[in-house]
Design a binder for this molecule. Structure first.
Ligand SMILES: [Ca+2]
Ligand SMILES: [Ca+2]
Ligand SMILES: [Ca+2]
Length: 404
């Protein structure tokens, strides 16, 4: 009986374990951060000697059948945005179409900002005729609205909607030393055109995510602090933000995703650091809310080797959990964008049991260059994901499809 169960279990695993197969490539200059919105692939592009812009591939589902013929269009090209990082389109917001966070520490690119994409009649009209939000023409300058302070030298990676405004994190180098700030950007009823910035706390500098862990109706903010080398949390208590350190041994903290990684009904944190030695790793933090909010760390991948040369090269970038086949749901797989490792690392759970944090690592692709931030979604609606992996320095995006 035991043997039979074992065989059955093996069969079940095999049924769920389809594979990701490469289905083609897309050509585009310096693809960095990718995202998918409404059958469109959105790509931010930047570089030390590149002007920086955001491009879009519309009709992604149709293009999937003939990737070689796919043509990107310019979505945003404006001298105000020289180094676009995350681009996020809103699901439902009549006034603004989305938000772009920009800037980086390289010379000439460090004056970043947070820009809303206007969703007005002219922008929609132009979008209808394929002109999009191309805003390098003076007449169209108003298509972008800067909502971050005009201070020099700060760069921004991520912006999220929060209450009536937006939360963003920013970083700056002062005399060679890095600093960070978490900001709340908002307007007052007395002036609907002016944006104000309230500093929530110093420290958070790159990425963050919002989630109400303790179900008190207020979202907590989980922040990575790259320069301070720690993972931190902000919690609203009696109208004030309360700051706490989750982990100060995580290394140069980089990105965070909040997801139910073991499908037990409660969320975990999926965290990466960004290191150029054996400290380079991916972590899961389980969350306990019995008394306060407590986190326990589990290392799921470590010792990632940085291959990319050059100053500042390190690994990994963002890690993203995803259900490979929604028609046969199982524990999510994790795609680790290697950045300086030059690889997309695929982590598959060894067990379907909750609270088991063992994964097997496969190399989805070794690009031979810096890997940017991939986008993952089921484009053709067959249940299996499609994955778009940017090979930044090779001006290519590798496209994969889940095959059952
Ligand atoms: Ca809460
Ligand atoms: Ca869970
Ligand atoms: Ca699919």
């Amino acid at each position: 009986m035991k043997k039979l169960l074992g065989i059955l279990l093996l069969l079940t695993v095999q049924v769920q374990a389809g594979t990701l197969q490469k289905v083609g490539e897309l050509k585009i200059i310096r693809p960095a951060f990718l995202s998918i919105h409404d059958d469109q692939l959105i790509v931010s592009q930047f570089g030390v000697f590149h002007k920086g812009q955001v491009s879009v591939l519309k009709g992604l589902k149709n293009n999937l059948e003939n990737l070689q013929a796919a043509e990107f269009k310019t979505l945003i090209k404006d001298r105000k945005i020289t180094w676009p990082n995350e681009v996020r389109f809103f699901e439902d917001n009549s006034k603004w179409a989305g938000v772009v966070s920009s800037g980086f520490l390289v010379p000439g690119k460090s004056n970043g900002g947070v820009f809303l994409l206007n969703n007005d009649a002219i922008s929609r009209f132009r979008s209808w005729f394929g002109v999009d939000l191309q805003v390098n023409v003076p007449f169209f300058r108003t298509a972008l609205t800067q909502i971050s302070p005009k201070d020099k030298g700060w760069w921004y990676h991520r912006t999220r909607q929060y209450k009536n405004g937006y939360i963003t994190a920013r970083a700056k180098l002062s005399w060679g030393k890095g600093e960070g700030e978490l900001l709340y950007l908002y307007r007052k009823d007395t002036n609907r055109y002016k944006w104000y910035a309230e500093k929530i706390v110093s420290g958070p500098d790159v990425h963050f995510e919002l989630h109400d862990f303790d179900n008190d109706g207020e979202q907590e903010i989980i922040c990575t602090e790259f320069f301070n080398k720690r993972l931190t949390m902000l919690k609203m208590v009696d109208g004030e933000w309360e700051y706490s350190v989750i982990d100060d041994t995580v290394g140069e903290a980089f990105d965070v995703q909040i997801a139910d990684l073991d499908q037990n009904g409660s969320v975990e944190l999926l965290v990466t650091n960004h290191e150029n030695d054996e400290k380079a790793a991916v972590f899961v933090y389980t969350v306990n809310t019995d008394s306060g909010i407590e986190f326990t760390r589990h290392t799921i991948l470590e010792g990632i080797v940085t291959k990319q040369g050059g100053i500042g090269s390190a690994s990994p970038g963002k890690a993203e959990a995803f259900v490979a086949d929604s028609s046969n749901p199982a524990k999510p797989w994790v795609l680790v964008n290697g950045d300086g490792s030059q690889k997309a690392h695929l982590l598959r759970p060894k067990s379907e049991e909750a609270n088991n944090w063992e994964y097997t690592e496969e190399i989805l692709i070794d690009t031979g260059c810096t890997v940017g931030q991939s986008a993952i979604a089921d484009i053709d609606g067959d249940g299996g994901v499609e994955i778009f992996v940017p090979a930044y320095d090779k001006d290519l995006i590798h496209v994969f499809s889940y095959i059952k």
